[in-house]
Unconditional design. Structure first.
Length: 530
């Protein structure tokens, strides 16, 4: 079920994520459904003739990317013009298939299928496999068919990065900054890292695409390891939306927002906070409101007070009351208010599956989950109501993921001069993330982000491990001269968070295995959520 190519990739995964080789091989395959193995694979499908769009020739670095897709190798960061990723992706896939090789397009979520992936899948018809969702039997059947060479193109969510097409030529990662590209179960691999490694091992091309890159991709680009393919700056500026900032008053509203919303025939309102509000204080005893189970924050959703962390029914841990003083604000409260102000009916999107295409005639209220690749979409007003809260959320990637979401939503307003507008509420218009959005240039954020993360001990692109073991552990790790080492004790166990230089991962697994034998290490986990 696997050949040398897969074995090489599995070895890389085992070393990078410090896991047994057998587990790495398991990660590259779907769960086995033995009864499918006796059946003949479906007939190989000849690719249809695809009329490829021509956008990449007009991009800086575009001709080099196309040449690589036709028969070469290499990794690229792609910053498409608004509305052009679908065309650029189809053009690259067509070049790859035209050159006699096979292509994989990986998307961060399958429901609804991003327009970029839908365009490629439709264009290649029966020669394209949609590896999205489905029952284990169906998925295993599809995987066996791909292994047998039935398809020339595979479009799918993160496990598609392992699809065993016979002659890999291209792996395209759509919205590479999206959190959906990170596997939540061990070995916690990231699609971006696997795709880069796989392209290197199989002499193929890897494209990391997105309006705003991840901090990791931006750092590789800055260091010259990853050529950036993008439209000339003047074209990019002209295609960018008009973004204005305003200060918000209570509940993330502003007079400017009210005026624009009253006049707009349609709008998309982005807010990072769900629900109707946050409980601040117990009405009965006056103690600060918090979850009695886990001390998490208490939020009001659908008329019910519940813990934002564990979901349990909120009850004051001191007096047992369920009545709280609430600071109002969130998607539900916004929907209520917008319904009184806007001319068009207001809908609220709470989950990715229910996402609504914004447009005239409707106002859509939603969180980042509502921001999807719908293909070219136009709405007169896009308002980003609490970006200062979004970029400060916990987690190293909060700011770069927030910026990408804002840019993806902002393009729905159309290019400047087209009448659409983007309103951004902020108390800090000079913040690098806000400036990156206003000037339509993610580098404003990434320069400061790189310094900030290095200062915190987690520079972008540097592997992080959580290691548990004996009190000798910190000294053993310090001998590796790590970039960063944080140690704490939990009972009798010592736990260290260690950041390594990218080149130091080779050999780290061997050392860890020695330490396991010596009783210094009991457990190691790569890329914990930091
Ligand atoms: Zn109370
Ligand atoms: Zn709780």
């Amino acid at each position: 079920m696997f050949d040398d190519r897969v074995l090489r990739l599995a070895r890389w995964i085992a070393e990078r994520y410090v896991i047994p080789l057998s587990m790495a091989i398991g990660a590259t395959h779907p769960p086995r459904v033995a009864s499918e193995e006796g059946r003949a694979a479906g007939q190989a499908e000849d690719p249809p003739w695809v009329e490829a769009p021509a956008v990449l020739d007009g991009y800086e670095g575009g001709p080099e990317l196309l040449t690589a897709c036709r028969g070469g190798a290499g990794s690229f960061a792609l910053r498409p013009l608004p509305d052009e990723e679908g065309a650029a992706c189809l053009e690259a896939v067509a070049a790859c298939v035209g050159g006699g090789r096979d292509a994989i397009v990986v998307v961060p979520e399958g429901q609804p299928l991003p327009a970029t992936a839908g365009l490629v899948a439709r264009s290649f018809g029966p020669a394209a496999l949609r590896y999205v969702g489905g029952e284990p039997r169906e998925r295993y059947r599809a995987w066996l068919d791909a292994l047998a060479g039935r398809y020339r193109v595979v479009v799918g969510t993160r496990s598609a990065v392992f699809a065993q097409v016979p002659r890999l030529g291209l792996v395209w990662i759509h919205r590479e900054v999206h959190p959906g590209h990170r596997e939540e179960r061990a070995p916690r691999h990231h699609v971006r890292d696997v795709a880069l490694a796989r392209a290197r091992l199989e002499d193929a091309v890897c494209v990391l695409a997105g309006l705003a890159p991840s901090a990791e991709t931006a750092a590789m680009a800055e260091d010259g390891e990853l050529p950036v393919v993008m439209a000339p700056r003047a074209r990019e500026r002209a295609a960018a939306p008009l973004v204005e900032t305003a200060r918000s008053d209570r509940e993330d509203r502003s007079p400017r927002l009210g005026r624009l919303l009253r006049e707009a025939s349609g709008a998309f309102l982005l807010m990072s906070r769900h629900g109707y509000g946050v409980a601040r204080v117990c009405r009965q005893c006056g103690e600060p409101a918090r979850c009695g189970q886990c001390a998490g924050a208490v939020v009001i959703r659908e008329g019910r007070a519940a813990c934002a962390v564990c979901g349990s029914e909120a009850r004051c841990p001191v007096c047992g009351s369920t009545r709280f003083g609430v600071e109002r604000g969130g998607t539900e409260r916004l929907q209520e208010w917008a319904g009184r102000v806007a001319r068009a009916p207001v809908s609220r999107v709470e989950s990715a599956e229910d996402a609504l295409v914004p447009g005239t005639g409707r106002v859509v209220v939603g969180t980042a989950a509502a921001v999807k690749d719908f293909g070219p979409v136009r709405v007169p007003l896009v308002a980003i109501l609490d970006p200062d809260r979004a970029r400060r959320r916990p987690g190293l990637s909060a700011a770069d993921q927030a910026l990408a979401t804002w840019m993806e939503a902002a393009v729905w307003a159309g290019p400047r001069g087209g009448g659409g507008r983007v309103l951004v509420h902020t108390a800090e218009p000079g913040d690098p993330a806000i400036q990156a959005l206003v000037r339509w240039d993610p580098r404003h954020l990434h320069r400061s982000e790189r310094a900030r993360r290095a200062g915190a001990g987690f520079p972008p692109g540097h592997p992080v491990f959580r290691v548990a073991g004996s009190p000798d552990l910190p000294d053993a790790l310090a001998a590796l001269r790590p970039v960063h080492l944080l140690t704490s004790s939990l009972g009798s166990e010592t736990v260290s968070l260690v950041t390594l230089r990218p080149g130091a991962v080779a050999g780290f697994r061997e050392r860890v295995l020695e330490w396991v034998r010596d009783g210094i290490v009991t457990r190691v986990e790569a890329e914990p959520q930091v």
